[in-house]
Ligand binder design. Structure first.
Ligand code: DAH
Length: 378
């Protein structure tokens, strides 16, 4: 038998196979269990030892070259198929989108825009600071020296390295880097950069090692800071009341200022808002903001931390506390969004689930404005 000719014919067929299906059919016909080359291999058992040494290598050689040809043709066909697919699935991103845009604005972005709009009307600028912060701005300059117990409450993510190096500034460690645990360091950065007087809000991401239905390792806060001459608690109360009434779009909102403690304010208050317990359309009890929390069927809900900026913080930030005073506040942006728009699990904010985003997201055309209403509904 002319094994060489057989091989050439088989290889010619393989090279002519026009697609992967045809090639697979050929493979089965040649070297499959019932294939013609396999059948030749089986005949070897019946050969005399002499014949076997003569024809054995030829049959094996035939099988090998058929195998190689199959592998090479398969690779070539697959490459051609991929090339055709890439060519047919090209998307021209410079073309205009068809129909209406399908993306939506995340509730956190929406609430931040609402806050910027409300506070711009009160004369506040938007300030920013780095999320990778140093120990000095995040803690020391906010009156939390190295050994301060309040640091333990922050569950801080520290970066490795440089941990032992002390800062020249008042014993704080300026080189120890961390993910900021709150937006309060932006107070210090803005005072250092801009001096006084100033009025800012600083929205942004903050990080703490914490996770459950109402805590995620990354979340959002907004900081507020007013520095001027003769600022007192009355200014603070009016500002917070005006802000919260505009944000929740309710004139009957009642605030309760409760004595508290933050190292960076003196005195310090926690601000509660009154709510009523009502039965929702689904029959479940829900909290609706408004009215005094002391009324029957009402309660108080803690909302934000605040008060007069501690003299030591003003000094750390390079200003003279005998001339400049101010107030500050900090509040969770995600929490504001949950209260206003009714989500109950914070973790879903950051899952990127399209169904959630479509349900709670906002139209990109629905920019919050004071004249048009800051409370666009999803
Ligand atoms: N930084 C505080 C926190 O993350 C919140 C806070 C409380 C900010 C009081 C302030 C403030 O500006 O005055 O828990």
């Amino acid at each position: 038998m002319d094994y060489e000719k057989l091989g050439q014919e088989a290889i010619a067929q393989i090279e002519a196979a026009s697609d992967l299906d045809a090639l697979e059919a050929l493979r089965v016909a040649l070297i499959g269990k019932q294939g013609s080359v396999s059948a030749l291999l089986k005949t070897m058992g019946g050969l005399s030892p002499e014949d076997r040494t003569l024809t054995g290598p030829k049959i094996h050689g035939l099988r090998e070259s058929v195998n190689e040809a199959l592998t090479a043709r398969k690779a070539a066909l697959e490459a051609a198929e991929m090339g055709a697919r890439l060519a047919s699935e090209t998307i021209d991103l410079s073309l205009p989108s068809q129909g209406v845009p399908t993306g939506s604005v995340h509730p956190v972005s929406q609430v931040m825009d609402e806050l910027a709009e409300i506070f711009a009307d009160l004369g506040f600028a938007v300030a920013t600071g780095p999320e990778i912060e140093d120990d000095w701005h995040n803690f020391t300059a906010l009156n939390m020296p190295e050994s301060h117990p309040a640091r333990a409450m922050h569950d801080t993510f520290y970066f490795p390295g440089d941990a032992g190096q002390m800062s020249p500034r008042e014993g704080g460690n300026a080189t120890r880097m961390l993910l900021r645990t709150h937006t309060s360091p932006v107070q210090v950065r803005t005072m250092l950069a801009q001096g006084a007087p100033l009025r800012i809000i600083a929205p942004g991401r903050v990080y703490r090692s914490d996770s459950d239905a109402t805590h995620t390792p990354m979340f959002h806060q907004v900081e507020g800071l007013v520095i001027d001459r003769d600022i007192h608690l009355g200014h603070l109360k009016w500002t917070l009341e005006t802000f919260l009434k505009a944000f929740f779009e309710r004139d009957d909102l009642v605030l309760r200022l409760r004595p508290s403690y933050f190292p960076f304010t003196e005195p310090s208050v926690e601000v509660d808002v009154g709510f009523a317990v009502e039965t929702g359309p689904d029959g479940k009890a829900r909290r609706v903001l408004g009215g005094s929390g002391d009324a029957p069927g009402h309660g108080w809900m803690e909302l934000l931390g605040s008060d007069m900026v501690n003299r030591r913080v003003i000094k750390f930030a390079g200003l003279d506390p005998d001339q400049w005073q101010g107030f500050a506040f900090g509040v969770g942006v995600d929490r504001l969004a949950m209260l206003k728009y009714g989500m109950d699990d914070l973790r879903a904010f950051f899952d990127g689930d399209l169904r959630w985003l479509r349900h709670y997201g906002f139209s990109a055309f629905d920019q919050p404005t004071l004249s048009g209403g800051v409370g666009a509904r999803p």
